[in-house]
Design a protein around this ligand. Structure first.
Ligand SMILES: [Zn+2]
Length: 195
């Protein structure tokens, strides 16, 4: 795997977690994979693997398997929507049922990867801003990884969701404001604490 800066196209081997391009300081970094090597491996391996998101391990930007934080997210069922399909003239319409993920939303996919990368980077404390589901998901995966989470939630988030975040052991901070304002407050908090 390599990292490539979207601003200046500088590319270098992905050896450690980085958030900025060393050449220009750009903060949009793409991961570049050896797709030909992946194709050869997958021909042989893909069908033998459990049906979770980590089945596609080669295209997930984590360096070492031992840092994977998973609760078997992904691999959710495809439900055939027969009636809706008939109404829309699409007889083979399927709905991907992402409620079947560990905390009940597709956010578990990004949380599994993000918390794995955070653990690999040696992070012990994190901040997240959310309207609900992201905080629940990150709180669950942080609990599993032993990372302390500060979850900034918009005050309009349902009380049930806030309780669920707290149940996983995260610190919940309710912000009276919009999601953008909540993100600002969370970013200021993170900067003050050096997180
Ligand atoms: Zn750059």
């Amino acid at each position: 795997m390599w990292l490539r800066c979207a601003a200046c196209s500088h590319q270098w081997p992905y050896l450690r977690f980085e958030v900025r391009c060393p050449r220009c300081g750009g903060d949009w970094l793409d991961v570049v994979y050896d797709l030909e090597a992946v194709r050869q491996r997958w021909d042989r391996l893909l069908r033998q693997r459990p049906f979770t998101m980590w089945r596609y391990r080669e295209l997930l930007p984590l360096r070492q398997d031992l840092h994977i934080v998973t609760m078997e997210e992904g691999g959710t069922p495809l439900l055939r929507a027969e009636n809706l399909g008939l109404m829309l003239g699409r007889p083979r319409l399927y709905i991907k049922d992402e409620r079947q993920n560990p905390t009940g939303s597709f956010k578990d996919r990004q949380a599994s990867l993000a918390i794995s990368v955070a653990r690999e980077a040696g992070l012990q404390e994190m901040v997240v801003a959310s309207t609900g589901n992201v905080a629940i998901s990150y709180a669950a995966y942080c609990a599993r990884a032993g990372i302390q989470l500060w979850a900034f939630l918009v005050s309009s988030a349902p009380a049930d969701k806030m309780r669920e975040v707290a149940l996983y052991g995260a610190e919940v901070i309710k912000v009276t404001g919009t999601y953008d304002q909540t993100k600002q407050v969370a970013a200021q908090f993170a900067e003050r604490r050096g997180l």
